[in-house]
Design a protein around this ligand. Sequence first.
Ligand code: ADP
Length: 487
Amino acid sequence: MTPSSPKILFATSEAHPLIKTGGLADVSGALPAALHALGVDVKILLPGYPAVLQQGKHATPFAQLPNPFAPGTVEILETRLPETAVPVLIVRYDAFFNRKGGPYQQPGGKDWPDNALRFGLLSYVAAWLGSSGNPTAWQPDLIHCNDWQTGLAPAYLRFWPGRKPPSIMTIHNLAYQGVFGPESVKPLHLPAESFKIQGLEYYGNLSFLKAGVFYADRITTVSPTYARDIQQEALGFGMHGLLHERRSVLSGIINGIDTKEWDPQHDPHLPHRYSAKRLNNKVKNKAALQHELGLAVEAPTPLVAIISRITYQKGSDLVLGVMHDLIREGVQFALLGTGDAAIEQAFVNLARAHPGRIAVTIGYAEDLSHRMEAGADMFLMPSRYEPCGLNQMYSQRYGTPPVAHATGGLADTIVHATPTHIATGDATGFLFREMTHHACTDAVRRAVRLYRDAPLWQQLQSAGMQRDFSWQNSAEAYLKLYRSLAA
Ligand code: ADP
């Protein structure tokens, strides 16, 4: 272990492969693993949901404390993540976490009515482990909180006496803020003085995320551009004012991707594996994909892929119009996604009206998503906002230049094909500034023009395929931040 590495408690409400509902789980599995590989003494802190207890059935006792919010004792158990062996501390309190249903919602889809106490407890335990109350030999030098579910930890640390390690609040999704009525303040043992604008009060309610953003020593989000975007009213979800005020401690670190899972040279989902040196095999994947999806098998026709949740955030409404206009110019589209029922139906109708030109698959299909990344010529991602985004990185690795809205992580991970970037050979895709039909269609048109220039297109493809999107880079950036804070 690096002697100067601080000990990190990574508090999160989900971590792959133990429990996952979204991207937070991927980050919480991969980032601690990458830190662990760098020799950092990091432990993940996670609630004991049934799936976590089941996979951690050989966990050993680590500590225990009285539940401050309910009768009985909270046990902290220690286990390790499968494969990467990262230590995991499980917060076991069965009445809160060991129940049928999702981490946040009941089987019917409604939020658990006691979420404030459940994630209040997770935050409390994170703070307790950092405080002088922690009786174990393992004392974290820094608490890294992730999203609203752990947002109260920095608040507890602020008001408790004694040891106060620094804390970081990472925002993975600003849209979820953990807002509860003002009556939750007292049962959560938060001091009345914290319930004010200069504190965790948020438009008359209590917001867990605001608590984290207000009381943490540092705030990070998952890309540098998104860290700026959220200081603006348009993308700040009501928190832009505070985020702007705290801008001197707010920064962005881009997420990595799983470079083993997303590797066209070894991808088991592909009919033909390929690399930057063997791009002719990518063309074979295109023919196979056109065939699989019922598109006309035409090698020279540019094929645009879209894989995403079908939502307003992802610009799916814009994609509809873009498809409609561009198939007349001889472009093919393949879309995979699920989400908003009305937009889904509009995609299905459009595909029916244009057989052989548009293929729409409604659903979630991991294996098809790999074949689409490999078989398409370009990838369209017109997100209205994008904290980090993954598909634009996958597509660069697969030699499928992305066409994307210049927002958040998209702006940070795609090198726009300006004449200068083309001349220097580092262009990897296309960015458009205005979130309009016109700007998006024009960007795809421009991509299609460059696609017709084979040597230039290949240059774009190889530049993208050579980019390093591994977690190691992100982990090194987090470690630098940890060191600067813990020093
Ligand atoms: P977000 O987390 O906002 O949905 P990201 O681009 O960060 O967007 O990550 C989404 C992940 O989910 C990507 O790995 C993407 O490929 C995948 N994905 C989204 N929709 C589908 C789908 N219908 N089928 C397969 N994979 C999908």
